[in-house]
Design a protein around this ligand. Structure first.
Ligand code: GTP
Ligand code: MG
Length: 276
């Protein structure tokens, strides 16, 4: 199912990123640690070109740690790229990131011209959260919904570094069905742009194959069914999501599964693994 969700503010954001890129010293690209390649926007890679790039695998507290280690190795092999896994809400990351940015940028008299750093990434990966953490106070609104930031924002974090936060940008058409379902499952696509039950059915199937024990323990299931729809029915029954005539409300069960996946209640789950 191809997804087309590219509202007007994303068009504008893409143009603004292209306009400012020539003056940028270091790019901080935030990927979702649970699905690093699906969350890597090819359009942004083109705009970034050969600029030094700190690839931040954010929300690593929600991802399977073994898979995250494999992803860091994968990105280490790319030139001009430094990968690190973080939790953007954790103030302990600040010193490390700032010292890396200063090392990666060109050497110059910083007090005269601060290093210009641009935070980019798809919606809801934690760009504004990272900006707030690096600045040490709340300068940008954050929320667990895609497309919260709609305007580029500049903040001086010290005499040495100026940081730009940008609106999350997807690409005009996501053709790969697996990518679109996983992106929706992670929370990067507004729920109005995709069918919740379809997404949860797909994600449910994936979880049954990759993380069966976490599913069974979260929903108190003795065994697992064969299909994603049957899984939603089982979850709906356990949680009392019933319509008239004892039929399961699949939409409610889908919302439960997706919300509990996104908040980490099911466990630490990665939605993509590097190819062996
Ligand atoms: N568990 C967890 N949640 C995080 C982390 N970083 C950010 N979040 C949450 O993710 C949600 C989205 O964060 P934002 O900073 O608004 O994301 P954004 O990339 O700026 O999103 P847009 O402005 O819509 O593009 C918020 O609810 C944050 O609290 C993290 O490392 N771990
Ligand atoms: Mg934001």
């Amino acid at each position: 199912m191809p997804v087309q969700w590219f509202p007007g503010h994303m068009h504008r954001a893409r143009k603004q990123i292209a306009a400012i890129m020539p003056s940028i010293d270091v790019v901080i690209e935030i990927l979702d640690a649970r699905l690093p390649l699906f969350s890597e926007n090819p359009m942004l890679a083109e705009l970034r070109g050969e600029r030094p790039c700190l690839k931040v695998l954010n929300k690593s507290d929600l991802a399977d740690p073994v898979v995250t280690t494999a992803w860091k190795k994968y990105f280490q092999s790319q030139s001009q790229i430094l990968p690190m896994d973080i939790v953007a809400t954790d103030p302990k990351i600040t010193r490390r990131i700032i010292s890396l940015l200063l090392k990666m940028g060109p050497k110059r008299k910083l007090l005269i011209k601060p290093l210009l750093c641009l935070i980019i990434g798809i919606p809801n990966v934690g760009k504004s959260t990272l900006m707030n953490t690096l600045v040490g106070r709340k300068v940008a609104r954050t929320a667990n919904q895609a497309a919260i930031t709609t305007k580029q924002k500049r903040v001086h974090i010290s005499d040495e570094i100026t940081l730009y936060d940008t609106p999350g940008v997807l690409w005009p058409k996501i053709d790969d069905p697996q990518a679109s379902y996983m992106l929706a499952g992670s929370g990067a696509i507004r729920e109005t742009a995709m069918d919740n039950t379809h997404v949860a059915t797909w994600i449910g199937q994936y979880l049954m194959s990759e993380y069966p024990h976490l599913l069974q323990s979260r929903y108190g299931l003795d065994g697992l069914p064969d299909t994603g729809v049957a899984l939603l029915e089982a979850i709906g029954k356990k949680r009392g999501c019933l319509l008239k005539g004892a039929e399961v409300d699949l939409d409610k069960a889908a919302t439960i599964l997706l919300n509990e996946l996104r908040s980490g209640k099911i466990g630490r789950i990665s939605l993509q693994r590097p190819l062996p």
